[in-house]
Design a protein around this ligand. Sequence first.
Ligand SMILES: Nc1nc2c(ncn2[C@@H]2O[C@H](COP(=O)(O)OP(=O)(O)OP(=O)(O)O)[C@@H](O)[C@H]2O)c(=O)[nH]1
Ligand SMILES: [Mg+2]
Length: 331
Amino acid sequence: MAFSLFGKRDKPEQEPDSPSSPEPAEQKRGFFDRMKQAVTRTRETFTESIGSVIALTREVDETTFTELEPVLLAADLGAPTTAIVLENLRQRALRTGIQGGNELKQLLKAELKQILDGVVQPIYHPATPPEVIMMVGVNGTGKTTTTGKLAALFTAEGRSVLLCAADTFRAAAIEQLEVWAQRSNVQIIKTRQGGDPSAALYDACAAAKARNTQVLIVDTAGRLHTKTDLMKELDKMRRTAEKLVPGAPHQTLLVMDATTGQNGLQQARLFTEAARVTGIVLTKLDGTAKGGIVLAIATELKLPVVYAGVGEKIDDIIPFDSAAFVDSLID
Ligand SMILES: Nc1nc2c(ncn2[C@@H]2O[C@H](COP(=O)(O)OP(=O)(O)OP(=O)(O)O)[C@@H](O)[C@H]2O)c(=O)[nH]1
Ligand SMILES: [Mg+2]
C-alpha cells in the first residue's frame, strides 16, 4: 500500500493493494501501538493509582471500591459513569468471588470494554456513492484537521474522496482546508468566504455524483449549540445534501476535544440532540491525562467514538477500537 495507514506517504505511485501493503495484523498492531502512545499520560496516572489501590488490596471489599472511585474520577470518567462502573464491578466481584487486586484489574478492563462495545453501531455505507460525511462541532475542536486526516486515510484505503469547504464563516477557513486537500491529494469544492455553505454543499454533492466519488467529507464552521441560527444552518445543509444524495448525510461526526473534559461533554450532549450526530471523533487524545472521557461519552451520549485524533500530522488519526483502548489504558 502506498501509505501504511499510520506511516508516511512515501511511495504515492504504488497501487493501494500492492505487495507492500501491511497485512491486517500488522496494521492492527500499528493502530494498537499508536493508541498506546496516545494514551500514555492517562495510562501512567491511571495505572499508577490503580496499582496503589491493588497493592493495598488483600481482599476485595467495600474499601477497595471506595478507593477506586477517585481514580476513575481523576481519569475523567465523570460521576455517572464512575457510579455505573463501580456498581457493575461490585456485582461481577460478588458473582465471581474474586480475591486479589489483579483479578479486580481484569474485571475492570472487561467492564470498561463492555461499556464501549455497548454503543457500537455498524456504520452504514450506502450502496450507491457518494457517502456523505458531515463534520460538526464547537469552535476549534479539530474539524478541519480531522477532515484532512480522514481524506488521507480513506484515500489510503483506496476510496476516492472529495472535500467540501462549508465553513464560509471564519476567515482563512477555506484556505486551511485547501492545504489539507493538497496534502492528501484530493479535490475540493468551495465558495467564497461569506457565501452560503448549503450552496457549496449542493455543488459538492452534484460534483461527487458526476465524478462517481466514493466519499464526500464536509467541513463545517465551528458553532455553539445555543446559536439557533447556526444550528438551523446545519439543518439546511442536511436537507440540501439529502435532496441530491438519498440518505445523506450518512454520517454526522461530532468532533470533540478530549482536553475539554466534562465541559466538552456537556456541550456535546446538547449538540448531539440538535444535529443528529451518529458518532464522535475525539481529538487531542495525545495531549491529555483524561482519556477516560471516552467512557463518559459512551454512557452519557450513547454514541461510539469512531476515530481518535492523536496529533497534528496527517496520519495522526486512529479508527477507534475498544480492545486496543482498554488494553492501552490499563497495563
Ligand atoms: N495535539 C493535537 N492537536 C490537534 C488535533 N486535532 C486538531 N488539532 C489542533 O487543533 C487546532 C484546531 O484545529 P482545527 O482543525 O482548525 O479546528 P476546527 O474545529 O476546524 O476549528 P474551527 O473551524 O475554527 O471551529 C489546530 O491547531 C490543530 O492542529 C489532535 O488530534 N491532536
Ligand atoms: Mg475548521
